[in-house]
Each structure stands twice: as structure tokens, then as C-alpha cells.
Design a protein around this ligand. Structure first.
Ligand SMILES: [Mn+2]
Length: 421
């Protein structure tokens, strides 16, 4: 079906690609190495983004949502078959506790997927849980609650090990809603001590990613509100701990490009969560609101990735979004296309010329070098990379023409609701 779709799209695609190839060749850029880099760029899909998440006010399931971990793997396999750029899935425990390990491994292999990271959940209480996380988890004042949260994180590592994952992602909802509620210094120390216990339980080839968020669910203070706090905890823990930057976890107008540059300079950026943000953690489609800022962030990431002097480990890329209005699978396909196009633009920046302009304080030329690349329509390049990998020239168009949602509803029912958010 992908081949059929591509046959229809091919005549126009060839003309568009030829034009872009000429434009780039005038700049001395050959498309082959760029295509290879786009093909190698893989973005993990979180298990919780495959269904409609809704908001705290309501949820409007779209039908055909995955009912269990096996169906979530099938959905990510579907996305990967269409765009050849989503070869991993992130799990959330306890929503995705793996049961039949051998069967799951077989299913992952059949869809050419692997497990990206395992995410712990101490932001809500589970039915069978002894103590409540209402007032925090790793930062809780009660050592019993902290011990329960530590045990849960270690269980996440064990579940991940069974499926050959290598990353534990920790995001804490801990914080306070009112002034005076929490002793800030003690809360940091309790968190650091609890994280140390989890860190010591990690296999030597594992990485702990520590995510920050300025507000929500706590609105006066969060224990890990910013990259500086994440970094301080990583410094405390050791080299297997890394900062995770989530695009939506910043206050409006934060210079995120400078944050990623700083972290990579010190080899401390371990993971990156893609989404779009209008006001905060609002989970809009990646690149839908501030495409220029997204490009500037990617330019800093690629600039550091291509600099041999920068000793930052390879990054774990993941989409972290929740869907209320769109078909979640269509949104994920859109997001991956936006990410790949922005990555492609970042690859095209003439960094030799840019650094020379910076050194010469040629402000206008330096800015023009970025603006010029941002204005390019690089979609034919991304389509070609995906086509050569066996995917669809237009993944969203293919999803619709193949009537995939209709087929999922026919198979799973109109009322099926994904587990998770
Ligand atoms: Mn995130």
C-alpha cells in the first residue's frame, strides 16, 4: 500500500526534489549525506500518546485506541512503517507492565522496534498502593513514602531490563501549592538521597534522565523546576545521570536554545522531549506554534552534535504529547515530519560561515545565514529520505488514503480507550 501511495505521489515529488537539489547545489551542498542523516534520525513514540488523552475536564475517545501494550506496539509499528523514523516506544509503568516477555520481544522484532525508555509514575496513586503520593514521592517528608517511590523506580528498571531498555526517565510531580508548605533545601536533599538509591540500583550501562518542569501539578513550587536543579542532581549522582529537556516545560519566552547549548557544552544533556507549547505544558503538535524557535534549538543541538570537542552522549529523542482534538496517530505523524524538516534545516546551516561571522561581529550576516535556511522548503528532502527507507512520501496522506483509523475502529471497537493518561 505504501508503494501504491508513492507511485501516485512520485511525479510531483521528483520535480520538487530536483528543484531543491539545484538550490542546495548552488550553495555547495550535496543532498546524499543529508539524506543519510535524516534516515538515521529516529524518534521514540511514548505509549501514552497513542490514545486521546483529553484534559482534566473531559475525554473524547476517537475509537480504535490500543487496549493493551501489544496493541500500542502495533500502533508504533504502523507509524514506523509509514515514516521509517519512529523505531522505538517508551513505556510508562504501571500502565504498560510487560507480562509475556518472549511474545513482546517477538512483536517488537516483527515491527523493527525497540524499547526506548521506561518512565516511572509517582504522580498518581494506584489502587493497590499502600501509601499516597498526595504530598510528594521522592521528596516526601515520610521516609515510608520515599521508600515506596524508590522501590517503584527500581521495579521500572527491572521491567526495562527484561525488554532490553537502557534508560529510566524520572519526572517528579513533587512540589508545593502554598508558601511555607515545603522546606526547599530539605526537599532537594530528600530527593537527592532517594535518587541515589535508585541510581545505585541501575545497571552500569543504564542512564537516568532527570526531567524538570516549572509548574503543574504544583503551582507554588516544584522540587525540580528548572534545568539548573536537574543538573545539580545529576552532578550529585554521577555520570550515568543526565538532564532531560522537554520543550513544553519552560515558562513563556525562555531561551531554550541557550539551555541545550549550555548542557551539551558540559556533556549533560541526555534526552529531549518534543512537543509544542503556547503557554506551558500544553502538548501542542511539535513545531506548530514557534517554528523559528524550534529551528534555533535544533541548530544548537546539531551544532554541538557535529563538534568533536563536545563530549555529550547521543541523545534520546522522544515525542511527549497528549492529544485531545486530533487523531493521535495523525498528530504523531505530523510531529515526526516537523521534527525531521527542522533537523534537516539545522543540518543545512553553513556553520563555518556562521562562526566566522560571529567572530567578526557581523550581526546581520550571522542572522541572515540562519534566516536563509529557515525559509527553505525542505519537505522534498525529508520525503525522499523516508521514501528511500521504504516509507510513504506523505505519511499523513497515506494514513488517510489507507483508511487506517476506520480499520482500527472496526478491529478494536468505537469505544476502546487507551490505558494511561
Ligand atoms: Mn516530558
Amino acid at each position: 500500500m505504501v508503494h501504491q501511495h508513492n507511485e501516485q505521489k512520485l511525479p510531483h515529488h521528483r520535480v520538487d526534489l530536483q528543484h531543491l537539489t539545484e538550490v542546495l547545489s548552488r550553495r555547495g551542498i550535496s543532498i546524499e549525506p543529508i539524506l543519510q542523516k535524516i534516515q538515521a534520525f529516529q524518534i521514540a513514540i511514548p505509549s501514552w500518546a497513542l490514545g486521546t488523552g483529553g484534559t482534566r475536564f473531559g475525554r473524547f475517545p476517537i475509537g480504535g485506541e490500543p487496549r493493551n501494550l501489544e496493541e500500542k506496539i502495533e500502533d508504533v509499528g504502523l507509524l514506523h512503517a509509514l515514516n521509517r523514523s519512529s523505531n522505538a516506544i517508551s513505556l510508562h509503568i504501571p500502565w504498560d507492565i510487560p507480562r509475556d516477555i518472549a511474545a513482546l520481544k517477538q512483536l517488537l522484532t516483527a515491527h523493527e522496534l525497540s524499547i526506548d525508555s521506561v518512565n516511572s509514575n509517582t504522580f498518581q496513586d494506584q489502587a493497590d498502593q499502600a501509601l499516597s503520593y498526595k504530598f510528594g514521592s521522592l521528596a516526601h517528608t515520610d521516609p515510608g513514602v520515599r521508600a515506596q517511590a524508590v522501590t517503584h523506580n527500581i521495579e521500572c528498571i527491572r521491567h526495562g531490563q527484561a525488554l532490553d531498555a537502557k534508560t529510566l526517565t524520572v519526572w517528579l510531580a513533587d512540589g508545593s501549592n502554598f508558601p511555607g508548605q515545603q522546606h526547599f533545601r530539605r526537599a532537594w536533599q530528600r530527593t537527592a538521597d532517594a535518587l541515589t538509591e535508585i541510581y545505585q540500583a541501575m545497571p552500569p550501562d543504564w542512564t537516568m534522565l532527570i526531567e524538570y518542569k516549572p509548574y503543574e501539578p504544583n503551582f507554588y513550587s516544584m522540587v525540580i523546576p528548572d534545568w539548573g536543579t536537574s543538573w545539580s542532581l545529576c552532578q550529585h549522582l554521577g555520570p550515568q545521570a543526565q538532564v532531560l529537556v522537554d520543550l513544553g516545560h519552560h515558562l513563556p519566552n525562555t531561551n531554550i536554545e541557550q539551555i541545550v547549548a549550555r548542557l551539551m557544552h558540559f556533556g549533560r544533556l541526555g534526552g529531549f522531549h518534543f512537543n509544542g507549547s503556547m503557554y506551558g505544558d500544553d502538548d501542542l503538535t511539535t513545531g506548530s506554534i514557534k517554528p523559528y524557535q524550534f529551528f534555533l534549538i535544533f541548530h544548537e543541538l546539531v551544532s554541538a552534535m557535529e563538534d568533536p570537542a563536545v563530549k555529550n552522549p547521543p541523545l534520546a529523542w522522544m515525542i511527549d504529547a497528549s492529544h485531545n482534538t486530533k487523531d493521535p496517530l495523525e498528530d504523531l505523524l505530523q510531529s515526526v515530519q516537523n521534527i525531521l524538516c527542522t533537523y534537516a534545516r539545522a543540518l543545512l546551516v553553513d556553520r563555518v560561515a556562521l562562526y566566522a561571522a560571529q567572530d567578526a561581529n557581523d550581526v546581520v550576516y550571522a542572522e541572515e545565514l540562519l534566516r536563509d535556511v529557515f525559509a527553505l522548503d525542505v519537505r522534498p528532502l525529508v520525503s525522499e529520505a523516508i521514501r528511500q527507507s521504504g516509507g510513504a512520501i506523505d505519511p499523513v496522506g497515506a494514513f488517510r488514503s489507507m483508511k487506517i483509523r476506520e480499520k482500527l475502529i472496526a478491529k478494536r471497537g468505537a469505544k476502546s480507550v487507551a490505558t494511561g493518561l
